[in-house]
Design a binder for this molecule. Structure first.
Ligand code: SF4
Ligand code: SF4
Length: 470
């Protein structure tokens, strides 16, 4: 490319200057942080696979059923009417991530994000198994013609992507439904088959082709780093005060002012996003600490202390005697807000009952004037049973003679996890209405518990003719 379109040097680690893809083929650096990531990452993989299959209170531990508009979370059943709870939960999660980021940088990306965990702990190890270490992979990149090892690797990738797609969908579709989609012929469930096929294709595309670009180009969290981090946040950083002036071992002379960095590029060669951490903190850094493990090994080999690249704040790394300030306004404010929201959420959850009642006005006219000056209102009482057991509910209109109330089924049977709407007819003398209105109290209680604090009381306004109207 020439003229105006020429890029001013390398723009992205994954792009060559001519715009072609630079495939990142990182070496693997053994070390304490890799061991830590493996421990956490494999534990998370087991958890991710298990959660939709583990049953709590008769439901999967996590089941976000969009079709049924119902979420099951660790034994709790949530409906669209619980959007306040959901919003509070999401706020607590997001603010906790913000807080974590302010304290320890992108530790989520390096240790907990499914993209990193699967890419670095499942797909890349398999790639090394099939194609060999990074130099062998690069040699394969340059090879033309049929590449049986790469084909075999991609077949295995596809099978794993299929497995992951099913696990992923199990969070949204019941495992029984998923079993039907998988085991029955595609033409009997074209929608289900398409969902599984598209999800498999996307996962395969991500891990086989797109890879680290998900973190460096797509992920919005990466873009928020500049506002979430400050100079006292813990990040993976290179110590330029100690490392510079970098110089290769063979070109060093006694007291030539060279620093501890021997410019071996081990830190660059292991980086899964292809960056050089010695250039300073970059958006692409996912805080995986592979460069820390690699540089620690080199430092040990050349007889220098470990930690030339380490977890430290920018404040500590870039100033002589620089110290990390742990107590900062955002580090104190985030947990205060999180605690307030969490307490509100817990209180609301504790007050939540295992049934909901909604009273709706009946269809048609607001009331019917019967003979002998009687006014009849038609109400619809909707009871949502949130529990995993069938429940019976007694409906009562307080302070009104039962003979004036007609409820076709009372007590009302509501199956587990279902809702039932029952018509209620209340007939009162016209004289009971004041200016065309009469307030009544409706009480709904699980059968046999009418005296308990489980009784739900709702006020409802009956309508009638206004004084003077025909
Ligand atoms: S691994 Fe360490 S010594 Fe080698 S280039 Fe990176 S910072 Fe310098
Ligand atoms: S710079 Fe280091 S910590 Fe950041 S992504 Fe690369 S290897 Fe991981």
């Amino acid at each position: 490319v020439s003229g105006q379109l020429a890029a001013p040097g390398k723009v992205l680690a994954t792009l060559n200057e001519d715009g072609s893809r630079n495939w990142i083929r990182p070496r693997l650096a053994a070390g304490r942080f890799l061991n830590l990531r493996r421990g956490i990452g494999y534990g998370l993989i087991v958890l991710f696979v298990a959660l939709p299959f583990v049953r709590i209170g008769g439901h999967p531990a996590i089941h976000l059923s969009i079709m049924e508009r119902r979420f099951h979370l660790f034994g709790g059943s949530f409906l669209p009417t619980d959007s306040v709870l959901l919003m509070l939960l999401l706020l607590v999660i997001f603010l906790s991530i913000f807080w974590l980021t302010a304290l320890v940088g992108r530790v989520w990306c390096g240790y907990g994000c499914p993209q990193t965990v699967y890419m670095e702990l499942l797909f890349r190890p398999l790639e090394r198994l099939f194609e060999g270490p990074a130099p062998a992979q690069r040699a394969l990149d340059n090879q033309t013609g049929f590449k049986p090892r790469r084909v075999a690797k991609n077949v295995v990738f596809f099978v794993i992507a299929f497995g992951l797609a099913n696990v992923f969908l199990a969070y949204f579709v019941s495992t029984n439904q998923l079993g039907v989609w998988i085991t029955e012929p595609p033409w009997r469930h074209p929608v289900g088959f398409s969902v599984v096929a598209i999800t498999t294709g996307l996962i395969f595309f991500d891990f086989a082709y797109f890879r680290e670009q998900m973190c460096t180009v797509v992920c919005p969290y990466a873009r928020l780093q500049s506002v979430l981090l400050d100079r006292n946040s813990l990040v993976v950083g290179y110590d330029p005060l100690r490392g510079e002036t970098r110089k290769k071992l063979k070109s060093r002379k006694e007291a030539d002012g060279s620093g501890d960095c021997i410019d071996c590029k081990a830190c660059v060669n292991v980086c899964p996003t292809g960056i050089d951490i010695r250039d300073g903190l970059q958006l692409e850094c996912i805080s995986c600490a592979q460069c820390v493990d690699a540089c620690d090994t080199i430092m040990t080999r050349v007889g220098r202390p470990k930690g030339l690249i380490r977890y430290a704040s920018q404040e500590a790394l870039t100033q002589i005697g620089g110290k990390t300030r742990l107590l900062r306004p955002r580090v104190v404010l985030y947990p205060m807000i999180i605690a307030t929201l969490a307490v509100t959420l817990i209180v609301l959850l504790q007050r939540m009952q295992d049934f909901d009642v909604t009273v709706l006005r009946g269809l048609g006219g607001p009331f019917v004037a019967l003979d002998a000056g009687q006014i009849q209102n038609h109400l619809r009482v909707k009871i949502q049973n949130r529990s995993t057991q069938e429940q019976r509910f007694a409906i009562r209109v307080a302070g009104v003679d039962p003979a004036q109330v007609v409820i076709p089924q009372n007590p009302l049977h509501v199956p587990a996890d279902q809702s039932v709407t029952m018509p209620v007819f209340v007939t009162l003398p016209q004289g009971d209405f004041s200016d065309g209105r009469k307030t009544i109290n409706l009480e709904v209680a699980p059968k046999g518990e009418s005296d308990s604090d489980k009784t739900r009381a709702l006020t409802y306004e009956l309508l009638g003719p206004k004084a003077g109207s025909p």
